[in-house]
Design a protein around this ligand. Structure first.
Ligand SMILES: NC(=O)c1ccc[n+]([C@@H]2O[C@H](COP(=O)([O-])OP(=O)(O)OC[C@H]3O[C@@H](n4cnc5c(N)ncnc54)[C@H](O)[C@@H]3O)[C@@H](O)[C@H]2O)c1
Length: 247
């Protein structure tokens, strides 16, 4: 039980990495506020997990940070952990073909919403004395691929944001780290990995010769959220099965 008595927010908890993390955190004793967009049937996803409360909320809405933090406080009376995990793929267009609205939406979900939720949570994380911020970036924070200009820019933004928050909030006992998942079979990647040939190519690219599962990333998040990661801050944790070892 690595998170006994802790209160956590997990965004993007209706699917993939966020869903697995919300349940792993709860299994380790945390009270979890699971956040995802309306219509994701969050309550059903986490049925039977009594320590998980569902909040259907688009994280990019102006009042989203206030509503999310207040819901966590209403549920648990305090806030120890923010796992900013919700994200979108960015549309798959090269920069030359990228319309402003797609660029803006990618930044709004993947970076700006993380920043705004962190800002709202900071007073409560300071009060906790050992607050934890974990942000989902991607190996694409460092990498490149065709059609990923907006996505790569947003994930590099997550890395920069997280390092700076780590610097600024360290004096309050808060750690801030980001995770760089590799190729993980989730809602976001299903349309590609449902094709066995594509799945096989990505599995073979990694040293461990398989695609990642949401629980692989959840375990990395648990490490950073728990006391095991108490002296880790400003770090980008690659959880990619060795995908990035060969370029
Ligand atoms: N799957 C991969 O291979 C991979 C690799 C690197 C990074 N990531 C990152 O992991 C994170 C989780 O993605 P996943 O792979 O589990 O995909 P997913 O699609 O299964 O889950 C993402 C969740 O975020 C939610 N979301 C999107 N926009 C939102 C918004 N505005 N408000 C609230 N919720 C919103 C979605 O509804 C979805 O449930 C993302 O940040 C993604 O960029 C995934």
């Amino acid at each position: 039980m690595l998170l006994e008595g802790k209160s956590a927010i997990v965004t993007g908890a209706g699917s993939g990495i966020g869903a697995a993390s919300a349940q792993l955190f709860a299994d380790h004793g945390a009270t979890v506020l699971a956040v995802d967009v309306p219509g994701k049937d969050l309550a059903n996803t986490h049925k039977g997990h009594d320590a998980i409360t569902a909040l259907e909320q688009d994280i990019t809405e102006t009042d989203a940070p206030k509503k999310i933090v207040q819901a966590a406080l209403d549920t648990a009376g305090k806030l120890d952990i923010v796992f900013n995990n919700a994200g979108v793929g960015g549309g798959g267009l090269n920069a030359y073909d990228m319309p402003d609205d797609l660029w803006d939406r990618t930044m709004a979900v993947n970076v700006t919403a993380q920043f705004r939720l962190i800002r709202e949570a900071i007073p409560h994380l300071r009060e906790a004395g050992s607050g934890r911020i974990i942000n989902t970036a991607s190996v694409m924070a460092e990498g490149t691929d065709y059609g990923l200009a907006a996505y790569c820019a947003s994930k590099a933004g997550v890395a920069g944001l997280t390092r700076n928050i780590a610097l600024e909030e360290g004096r309050y006992g808060i750690t801030a780290n980001y995770i760089e998942p590799g190729a993980i079979y989730t809602g976001m990647t299903e349309k590609n990995f449902v094709n066995d040939d594509i799945a096989d190519i990505w599995a073979r690219k990694s040293a461990l010769k398989r695609l990642g599962k949401p629980i692989d990333i959840a375990k990395g998040a648990l490490f950073l959220a728990s006391d095991l990661g108490a002296f880790v801050s400003g770090h980008g944790l690659r959880v990619d099965g060795g995908l990035m070892l060969r370029v």
